[in-house]
Design a protein around this ligand. Structure first.
Ligand code: ADP
Length: 397
């Protein structure tokens, strides 16, 4: 069985064709600059990289080009489209409308349109991608795999905001979380690595990248996560503020003469590591600047590490114990100083890092970085969101 995984952005479209027998990526690539001039497809297959520069006026043309490459004599990996058994689409937000992977139908797409406003930067792009695929491959079965599904198991007292309950019911304003496919993948991979049943494990998963979120996973189920109604909440991020007092945000808007929309853009795009450091949103730049003595870069990193540490502590309490901490994504997999700072001084809670084991930059492998006598295992696990999407799609079929 082969599954085509599609992750559509507003001007880009990433894809992977995965062989489910071996879970190997047979081909993958990215279409860039869809709908703007200078379209480009980068396709990797058969150990080679193929680049096609061609205008891509819309997502439909982009997906048509991808399919053409997949069956191409030289760049192709399948004889015909018949070899693609189904398509799995990544969707950022599901609201309360969908709590699990869902087969695409006209009805489902109607609901997708209705909930698009929940993730205005992401969901409309996914809809473009899904509609394009339906137009080009009308006979294929397609699944929607939501980033929020893994968090649907959070109990009410964890996912609700303390606002008028009737407003929650009416407007569905609550915590939904994000990065769910990643938290699901790494918590499952941790259980596999530890040769334990996921049902018996209490795990804290730290997805630390440009966007970051931390989840508490009890017996394979998410019980809490740091992101909220949108991915603005939780720890400070590359350009996002993370948790902030609403009154402080409102005060800032008044003082700076910003509208509500301006204020939201300020908190989403000009805050976080970038805002505090004034240097960059990128942890590599921040680490370098901090090493050269830049106070604000050091401060941004300290704030990030401290915030993550507090979430780890809070989730340890929520879980009532802890077996394993997992780091993943760009920062989690690559930045040893961050991992070390987050878990430093937690020996009293049974967490002890081995700094020699922690001394590496991500190489695509799983690393155990806790010391031999640490009660809590600490793992670095490269995430694989596409594989989760493919697995869920195959399972649904
Ligand atoms: P996104 O949320 O955009 O998917 P990533 O998970 O790719 O982000 O994480 C990007 C972050 O990872 C950047 O801040 C980057 O500095 C950091 N990072 C640190 N070291 C590396 C590295 N060796 N390779 C890639 N990213 C790294």
């Amino acid at each position: 069985m082969k599954i085509l995984v599609i992750n559509a952005g507003s001007s880009s479209l990433k894809y992977q064709l995965i062989n489910m027998e071996t879970e190997e990526v047979v081909a993958k690539g990215t279409c860039e600059r869809i709908g703007i001039s200078g379209g480009k497809l980068t396709h990797k297959a058969n150990g080679e990289t193929f680049v096609i520069e061609q205008e891509l006026p819309n997502h439909q043309e982009a997906i048509a080009l991808v399919l053409k490459e997949l069956v191409d004599e030289k760049a192709g990996v399948i004889a015909s489209m018949d070899e693609i058994d189904a398509v799995g689409h990544r969707v950022v937000a599901s609201g309360e409308a969908f709590t699990k992977t869902t087969l695409v139908t006209d009805e489902v797409m109607k609901v997708m349109d209705e909930i698009a406003e929940l993730a205005p930067l992401h969901n409309p792009a996914a809809i473009l991608g899904i509609n394009a695929c339906r137009a080009v491959m009308p006979e294929k079965k397609m699944a929607l795999v939501f980033d929020t599904s893994f968090h649907a198991t959070m109990p009410d007292y964890a996912h609700l905001y303390a606002i008028d309950y009737d407003d929650y019911k009416k407007y569905k304003v609550r915590k939904y979380g994000a990065h769910g496919t990643s938290h699901k993948y790494v918590s499952g991979a941790a259980a596999e690595y530890l040769k334990r049943d996921a049902k018996d494990l209490k795990i804290i998963t730290c997805h630390l990248g440009n966007g970051s979120s931390i989840s508490a996973v009890d017996g394979g189920k998410c019980i809490d996560t740091s992101m909220g109604f949108t991915p603005l909440a939780g720890v400070p991020m590359g350009t996002r503020s993370g948790d902030i007092d609403y009154a402080a945000a409102e005060f800032l808007c008044r003082k700076k003469g910003m509208s509500m929309e301006d204020g939201l853009a300020y908190l989403n795009k000009k805050s976080g590591m970038l805002g505090v450091s004034g240097v960059s949103s990128d942890f590599r730049d921040l680490t370098a600047a901090s090493a050269e003595g830049n106070y604000r870069a050091r401060l941004a990193l300290d704030m990030f590490n401290y915030s993550c540490k507090k979430y780890v502590g809070a989730y340890m309490a929520a879980l009532g114990g802890l077996d394993c901490v997992v780091f993943t994504a760009g920062v989690g997999e690559n930045t040893k100083s961050v991992r070390s700072a987050i878990l430093s001084g937690m020996e009293a809670f049974g967490i002890k890092l081995d700094e020699n084991r922690n001394d590496f930059v991500g190489d695509g492998e799983i690393h155990e970085i806790s010391s031999a006598d640490s009660k809590v295992k600490v793992l670095v696990i490269p995430t694989n969101e596409e594989l989760v999407i493919a697995r869920e799609t195959a399972e649904l079929l």
